[in-house]
Ligand binder design. Structure first.
Ligand code: NDP
Ligand code: MG
Length: 396
């Protein structure tokens, strides 16, 4: 499809940080919105329905669907169909469109992602938890059904751009450099980590994102999830992925080739760029409303090695990547539960990584440890959630 033709887009998780930025891109490019979904953020969804008049929307449960139906009765010109529950997102994921953006947070994105793959859609994938936990299966399914998956995360997009759009790394690649801003606690001493509050962890120095990913950035688990995501998408070993701290977040990642040449993708930090690139690939379109990089004004770019002692989440992610099987799913599930408990102020910031580590340690003796089928990974995910909840219960 030519990009100047009007594309039809479905966005799952349209009320979130990525979802709303995707709508900014669609507004800029005058794309049509075929479907939208959220969990229960009816107020924002209503405004989006009014503006974009999608054919269908999906919400989490019947109560939200009833409320939305009532509110829409006051706007009789809107004919949007309302779906709900898991099945609602799955149905939306199958509906006709040119691209579907999956911007739901967490493992809840898996069923709609698999449905979009079966429908042979071209998928702009922001959600990283599904690739981490079930990446092999997701990518095998995508191959089988000839569905394309384009990365949206800024680092994965950077690598994809440096590879000129190839999603499987070529034999010419020596390694990739995965950049990290270092988050709000980059310069904290070990002692300072004991007194980190939820408010401290939610203040990201560069990016404005949803709560869960902001906490993951502060612990560097976000980089850990990304390194697993990248190993899956580009078929790289853990040894081929080097994390490097780059506080300015101008270089979004780099690819180093066998001859020593390093290609970097640079821009001012702005998620709309990778979102737009995934929606218009392999064309580039202007973003006239966004400020551009001025290197002279910036003066310098700096780099430092990551500290796995202060940021154990990174070490845990390398371990999970190397162990593979269901371990990445266990890491991700334990982290989701621990982050939620931290946000609810039940556990401390340092407890997040400690709980992920304990859950991983316990899982090494579990019968599902070596498994790799979808059902076994889902069972391991469930086991990890329950086990982490049990440890957290001791804190209540
Ligand atoms: P947000 O928390 O801001 O938004 C999440 C979206 O998913 C919301 O629309 C939310 O609806 C919806 N949602 C939440 N739970 C469910 C559920 N169980 N079923 C259906 N929908 C649900 O997250 P982000 O936009 O920050 O992140 C989305 C994904 O993109 C994550 O996987 C994240 O790791 C990834 N990502 C995000 C980046 C960013 O800059 N934000 C960068 C790179 C990747 P509601 O509003 O109703 O709760
Ligand atoms: Mg990222």
């Amino acid at each position: 499809m030519e990009i100047n033709q009007k594309q039809k887009i479905v966005i799952l998780g349209s009320t979130g940080s990525i979802g709303q930025q995707t709508l900014n891109v669609c507004r800029r490019l005058n794309f049509e919105i075929a479907g939208l979904s959220c969990f229960n953020n009816i107020e924002i969804l209503l405004k989006q329905i009014e503006e974009f008049m999608p054919e269908k929307v999906a919400v989490a449960n019947l109560d939200s669907a009833i409320e939305l139906t009532e509110r829409l009765k006051k706007m009789p010109h809107i004919k949007t169909e309302i779906l709900y529950g898991d099945q609602g997102n799955v149905e939306l994921a199958k509906s006709a469109c040119d691209k579907i953006v999956i911007a739901i947070i967490g493992f809840a994105a898996l069923k709609p992602l698999l449905a979009a793959i079966e429908a042979k859609h071209t998928i702009a994938l922001a959600n990283k938890e599904t690739l981490v936990s079930t990446g092999k299966i997701v990518l095998e399914q995508a191959k089988k059904h000839d569905a394309k998956i384009y990365p949206v995360d800024s680092e994965t997009s950077a690598i994809w751009q440096c590879l000129a759009g190839k999603t499987e790394a070529s034999e010419e690649i020596k390694q990739v450099w995965l950049t990290a801003s270092g988050g709000p606690f980059r310069t904290y001493s070990k002692e300072q980590f004991y007194s980190i509050t939820v408010e401290d962890a939610l203040k990201h120095p560069v990016w404005s994102m949803g709560q869960k990913i902001t906490i993951d950035s502060a612990s560097m688990m976000n980089k850990g999830l990304e390194l697993i995501e990248i190993s899956r998408l580009f078929n790289l070993t853990g040894n081929q992925i080097k994390v490097i701290i780059h506080p300015q977040s101008i270089i979004h990642s780099m690819v180093e080739y066998l001859d020593g040449s390093v290609l970097a993708q640079m821009s001012l930090p702005n998620m709309e760029l990778p979102i737009q690139y995934a929606l218009t690939y392999d064309k580039r379109l202007p973003m006239p409303d966004k400020p551009k990089l001025d290197l002279a004004e910036l003066g310098q770019l700096t780099f430092e090695a990551p500290d796995m002692e202060r940021f154990p989440a990174l070490r845990l992610a390398y371990e999970a990547q190397a162990e593979d099987g269901a371990m990445p799913a266990v890491l991700n599930a334990a982290n989701e539960i621990a982050v939620r408990a931290f946000i609810k102020r039940i556990i401390s910031f340092l407890d997040i990584s400690a709980m992920v580590e304990s859950t991983m340690q316990k899982f090494r003796h579990h019968s599902l440890y070596h498994s790799s089928t979808l059902n076994d990974i889902l069972a391991a995910d469930q086991w990890a959630r329950e086990y982490t909840e049990q440890i957290i219960a001791q804190f209540r």
